[in-house]
Design a binder for this molecule. Sequence first.
Ligand code: AMP
Length: 524
Amino acid sequence: MKPHIDPAAFEQYLKCGALPATTLLDCLAQWAREYGDRLALQDDQGELSYRQLDLRSTALAGFLQSRGLGAEDKVILQLPNGCGFFIALFAVMKLQAVAILALPGHRQYELLGLQEAAQATMYITCSQLADFRYEVLAQALVDQGMPRNGVVYLDVLGDDAWDACPQLPARPAAPDDVAFLLLSGGTTQVPKLIPRTHADYTYNITAMAEACGLHAHSRYLCVVPAAHNFALGCPGVLGVLSAGGLVHLLPQPDIMRLCELMNEQRITVTSLVPSIAELLIEYLEFSGMSFSALELVQVGAARFSKESARRLKQLLGCELQHIYGMAEGLLCFNRAEDPEQAKVDTQGRPLSSFDEIRVVGEDGQQVARGDVGELHVRGPYTIRGYHARPEINEAAFDAEGFYHSGDLVRVDEAGNVTVVGRVKEQINRAGEKYSPSDIEKLMVDWARIGECAVVGVEDRQLGERVVYFIRPIGPGPSRREVCEYLKELGLADFKYPDAVVLLEQLPLTAVGKIDKKRLALEHA
Ligand code: AMP
């Protein structure tokens, strides 16, 4: 499948060496040759060498093909962190089908939105994670037209089922083919799918691995869901594999298990979202634990306060790297050699010298250096359009190919970026992003609700705590009742309210819109 790209720009990036003429499948083959029997992936249930990862993904591709999967078909992949995630990801790629990386926390509401957007013919999942059974979601997809034969529970497949040898597509994958579709942070029910190509993602993982100084003895703990760009490729699991290191995958971010594994597995590098980093600070202060092998901790996906960054660095005694990025592409991060102040106060500089950043004011003009504006970006690994969404592409990308990120930033003299807010409305709770307007619509469909404003209120632990401000009709619902209502609609539980506030009237701005800024300030 070809993404919505500008072929001339792609050629130009190849020509000047900004992108490699490679695919992730070439990478896997090379890793299997070069690193062979060295351990690649480990989880609580088992482990895989580089060679086994290659062989197992081929065997699974054979099985998926026997279930009807072919080139260009879409697959919803919803698996927790574990070896199976990567076997399945590469198996789908080997058939030149396209995996859509859903989060383990997504529920019926989000999955049906994905299905509507992509018309996937296969759903690869596990039977259960914690107390949630994924067959409920499989059934919902089948009811919406997915072939029953397309539902594959990876954890219940017997080993012999896998051993079919696939007839791989006659034409090998090309560097500008789509490797997989990531989900946009602000996922609405009809989600935006982000087509990442083989070439751009190969660049992403190898350049990040190099910039972070990864090597064959790196040991990475994957805590954030691997379906997130951050944990997948910044450098994440794939970056560590490109360097010949070892990845340990944790299916759920349990802080005590995380700390145990740090020492048990002599972890040298990990990436955390701020909410987990805050929990880690509390746990380290309380337990006095230290991690002797740890060299680098990345914190990203949401704002991490300067105070917490200083404290975490002090407690860990290792390099701390802020990372600001987006699944659409651009990555900014601090380098080890940067001055201390820049490392704590800013989110660093772009990965590629070919990344072009503009900071644009409300008048559409670039602002003076140091002033705040919206970040627009164009570069070798930043997409030029979402999958099959011409109406959204029109607004999110300009005629010169710049992506309008919706993030408010400032850039200092040294080129370091600091994120200060957002232009567009979006909740970012503990690194999970979504659009509040979607939920507000669902809430007012409920007969007990007159008006509802879903607002992110600043919170040290979560970045944003989600408060639903409600003007009820009759006696207002409790938080528990709201959660039950949303559960019935099949929403991911990270969208449930942290608090519900009932008001007789919601405050309005001068133009008559609900004044969310005032609500956020009054309830901070
Ligand atoms: P995603 O596509 O899920 O990776 O989300 C990307 C968005 O997360 C960005 O556009 C920002 O709004 C936000 N984000 C990512 N990293 C940071 C960070 N270090 N500080 C503040 N916001 C961030």
